[in-house]
Design a protein around this ligand. Sequence first.
Ligand SMILES: Nc1ncnc2c1ncn2[C@@H]1O[C@H](COP(=O)(O)OP(=O)(O)O)[C@@H](O)[C@H]1O
Ligand SMILES: CC(C)(COP(=O)(O)O)[C@@H](O)C(=O)NCCC(=O)O
Length: 306
Amino acid sequence: METELINYEKITRRIWQNLYKKTLPALTEQELNNIKSINDEISLQDVNDVYLPLVQLIRIYKKTISDLNFSKGLFLQKITDNQPFIIGISGSVAVGKSTTARLLQLLLSRTFKTSKVELVTTDGFLYSKDELTKKGILDRKGFPESYDMEALISFLLAIKSGSSATIPVYSHEIYDVLPEKERIDAPDILIVEGINVFQTSANKQLYINDFFDFSIYVDAKEHNIERWYLERFKTFLALAKQDPNNYYHQFTALSDDATMKLAKDTWKTVNLVNLRNYIEPTRSRAEVILHKDKTHKIDKIYLKKY
Ligand SMILES: Nc1ncnc2c1ncn2[C@@H]1O[C@H](COP(=O)(O)OP(=O)(O)O)[C@@H](O)[C@H]1O
Ligand SMILES: CC(C)(COP(=O)(O)O)[C@@H](O)C(=O)NCCC(=O)O
């Protein structure tokens, strides 16, 4: 990885944690509880050492972009509307994108108290199971062709121009897109999380990246991500045990060995192939790469130099 990332400043955790000048007040008990409710295994040390400096860096980007837009307006002799600040988060299936995104949403809401911070995941833009079946790509779920990228771009266009918009919602429980949509009220800050957010759209006129004011890639070694995928699979099965409507319910009758074999096969033939061919190649589009060790602890941070 080192040789590929020559345009990044590599920052050790020890250096990074000292970049935070403690201008934000310490987290309250209530805020710590809220963070724990996102994922009770989350390390609060990571929140202090890694996420608070990250929020401070985002604050710098936000201010710089807002100043630039103001100056552009002066140049054009036009009053420009305040555009929402959009953050993209990518990385492998099961690397911890949603956990990172939800934590960031909470920390940004706390930092920008008067701002509305919304979070969307691109899973909702997957074609439905019926559509994937019709296209003959049901076994390609998560690959670029399985997403309606045009719809994702239309959504981002609406939000960037200050409008509200609706998004389709994906459910891991039913393993499909839900019939009802979710309304996203014009936010001040939007976080867009998904494996495909640094990929190009089919018509290539607009890149999703063009909408991002800040971007993060969550990274880890393949064998660690595989383990997290298998552990999450087991959690999904445990939750599905009492619920026959849950997609994972069908696997709860299988032996432990058989379920683990199934999950390992899915990882190897679908998600790992996707990671190597389509997700990891987009890593260098991120401003910041957060690298996690085997315990989910962030051990290295890379910040784009140019
Ligand atoms: N910081 C973290 N600390 C502990 N466990 C985590 C952390 N981030 C993710 N996980 C666990 O790793 C698995 C994958 O995380 P998730 O956020 O669902 O990944 P993604 O959205 O990338 O698919 C889940 O089981 C989650 O509980
Ligand atoms: C819906 C997904 C493409 C998106 O992944 P996420 O990062 O949200 O976990 C993925 O979870 C998935 O379903 N992959 C297809 C193969 C599998 O069942 O894991």
